[in-house]
Design a binder for this molecule. Structure first.
Ligand code: DC
Length: 245
């Protein structure tokens, strides 16, 4: 990473508005976009398909080290090894990532609530975090990167010149997640959504490795009472002020 190739990190708990802000900044600045949560969701989904008990450290370790391969913007292999899980991640500025595991498009499955919970469980394992670090760092390419996650500014890109931490009340964040869920599941329950979100944040904050914390040099935005445009405006002004872009 150089100053010509800046990384802007956005960390924070679930449904704090990171993804929305990251996408608009990526379009505004024509920067690459890293949705790091998606990588943890992929590991969780692939492990589930392989019948790995994600709470079993040894099984998860050999799965990640021996059977899971990530390929970025590469054409899928014509012959697939049945024992391996090949992840094809297609990335382009302004376009949602397209993810295939082996020959299956998993974009919808990855966004499902259960995938988020499993992701949070596998994300607490050091073997998973170690395996994903080089993939994430490799995305810091010209003209720059917007990196969305939980440990972007603290662990993956500690030297990033601009770090944001987005927050919001539990109630407001659960309300946002609930509104999303209602679209595909009219019988979703607000209380269940709220409790799952609080539990997931707690796991992300309390894990021993790369927990969700505010980087010392992060600019904090409380999004509870802000509109999407309000959050964007606030972040955009700060980027102009700090980076002059
Ligand atoms: O942002 P998301 O909801 O897609 O993330 C899913 C889970 O992945 C989240 O609960 C914790 C984990 N995660 C992480 O540990 N570190 C990141 N940088 C991003 C996500």
């Amino acid at each position: 990473m150089t100053s010509d190739n800046p990384v802007i990190t956005i960390d924070g708990p679930a449904a704090s508005g990171k993804g929305t802000l990251a996408k608009s900044l990526s379009l505004e600045l024509s920067f690459h976009l890293l949705d790091s949560g998606l990588l943890y969701r992929i590991v969780g989904l692939a492990a589930t398909w392989a019948d790995i008990d994600v709470a079993d450290k040894a099984a998860l370790t050999s799965f990640v080290n021996e059977r899971l391969v990530f390929r970025i913007n590469e054409e899928p292999a014509t012959e697939l090894d049945p024992d391996r899980y090949e992840v094809y991640l297609f990335k382009a500025v302004g376009i949602e990532d397209i993810v295939r595991i082996n020959d299956r498009n998993v974009n919808l499955e990855l966004r499902h609530g259960n995938a988020g919970v499993t992701a949070s469980v596998v994300a607490a394992e050091s073997v998973v975090r170690r395996a994903l670090i080089p993939i994430q760092r490799a995305m810091a390419q010209s003209p720059g990167l917007i990196a969305d996650g939980r440990d972007m500014g603290t662990v993956v890109f500690p030297d990033a010149p601009m770090k944001f931490y987005l927050d919001g009340s539990d109630k407001e964040r659960a309300q946002r997640r609930f509104a999303e869920q209602l679209v595909s599941n009219p019988s979703a329950s607000f209380n269940q959504t709220h409790d799952e979100l609080v539990l997931r944040d707690q796991r992300d904050r309390e894990r021993g490795i790369a927990p969700l914390v505010i980087a010392d040099d992060a600019f904090v935005i409380d999004t509870t009472d802000l509109s999407i445009d309000g959050v964007f405006g606030c972040a955009r002004d700060e980027i102009r002020r700090r980076l002059g872009i």
